[in-house]
Design a protein around this ligand. Structure first.
Ligand code: MRU
Length: 348
């Protein structure tokens, strides 16, 4: 993705340093955050300096790479990487791409250090290629003049490049289709209002940020032709965990007969999880609900209290949409039905 005419990925390696676009500062500041060791990389994943399933998968792989670079004796490599994997996996529990990435590097280390290194780099490169293909398949669903609703940020910031839910939008726009995107603000962290809106603006796509509770209103007015969101984990039966609020959009879409698609690379599918209620849902701190940060007119970024001071808050970061509410899953291998058989066939 280009920012001010320069191509960037959401994150990359420079020597043994993991460099990432600081997503906590966007859209107010475009700044590169550098993690010099695995502990700093873990902190960056946890505090969401980098975020989104594909990008945290790549960050996990790069964290493993930092552990490999730090390893002095080949004999101990597997054991050291085993500990590094536990450390990385404990940062965020829901997006399966993280575990997919650390598993893959750990397994590769059984063969050789060199293979583990090449696997760590391959994970980010594959994520980019898969996202590009999702764009090509997904764009077929988008007709000229479509209104499209999306939730959270499943763009290039979330998947190293291109994106999952947003990749079809970029491809459709680039091929000359006129589209208008209804961007759910996505409280409490506002990934839609801050990140998706910023990405779409960079790409010159017409859009408007809508309050999280406005989706059903626009659906009822016939403004939304299709809804596409990303995924953090797709269970073997098609149930899908994605950013909190996705479930409500899927229920509304069913009521109004609007197609509801999930876009995700196959690395987001977790065949070991049979159905959605087995997916572990991250609970984040209540301060994300009770306080908001934003930019003042004088340019200063500040945090303000936005709720009753005496009240507690609950902050589940994801919800699970049952497969029966999902029209289809857009993957890098094509668009499939959200059922056990079709999902299994992707891996044959
Ligand atoms: O908590 P986040 O911002 O890392 O969660 C990301 C999401 O849930 C996105 O909506 C997305 O669909 C999955 S990432 C491609």
């Amino acid at each position: 993705m280009n920012v001010n005419g320069k191509h960037y990925r959401a994150l990359w390696m420079e020597g043994s340093t993991v460099c990432m676009i600081d997503q906590n500062l966007l859209p107010f500041e475009f700044s590169i955050y550098r993690c010099n060791d695995i502990d700093e990389t873990c902190r960056a994943i946890k505090t969401m300096i980098t975020r989104g399933a594909g990008s945290i998968g790549a960050a996990g792989a790069y964290g493993m790479l930092q552990a490999i670079y730090n390893n002095k004796s080949d004999e101990n490599l597997y054991n050291e990487l085993f500990v590094s994997k536990q450390k990385i996996d404990s940062t965020r529990p829901t997006a399966v791409n993280l575990f997919y990435a650390t598993d893959r590097v750990l397994e590769a280390s059984k063969i050789s250090k060199e293979f583990a290194v090449s696997e760590a780099f391959a994970i980010a490169d594959e994520c980019v290629e898969q996202s590009r293909k999702i764009g090509i398949f997904g764009a077929e669903l988008i007709k000229d003049g479509y209104g499209i609703e999306t939730h959270c940020n499943a763009g290039w910031l979330a998947l190293v490049d291109y994106g999952s839910a947003l990749s079809p939008l970029y491809t459709a726009h680039d091929s000359g289709k006129n589209i208008f995107v209804y961007v759910d603000e996505t409280r409490p962290r506002s990934q839609g209002a801050r990140l998706t809106a910023w990405e779409l603006e960079q790409h010159g796509i017409l859009h408007a940020i809508i309050p999280d509770n406005a989706g059903a209103h626009y659906m009822s007015k016939g403004k939304i032709n299709i809804i596409i969101t990303g995924a953090d984990r797709i269970a073997a039966n098609g149930d899908t965990a994605n950013k909190i609020g996705t479930l409500e959009k899927a229920i509304s879409a069913k009521y109004y007969g609007i197609p509801f698609y999930i876009a995700a690379p196959t690395s987001t599918i977790d065949l070991k999880t049979n159905y959605g209620s087995l997916i572990s849902i991250e609970e984040r701190g209540e301060e994300e609900v009770l306080y908001y940060s934003g930019k003042q007119k004088n340019g200063k970024i500040i945090e303000i209290q936005v709720a009753n001071p005496g009240s507690k808050a609950l902050n589940p970061a994801f919800d699970v949409t049952p497969a029966e509410l999902i029209t289809g899953i857009i993957t890098e291998k094509g668009i499939i039905n959200p059922d056990k058989e079709s999902i299994k066939n992707l891996f044959l």
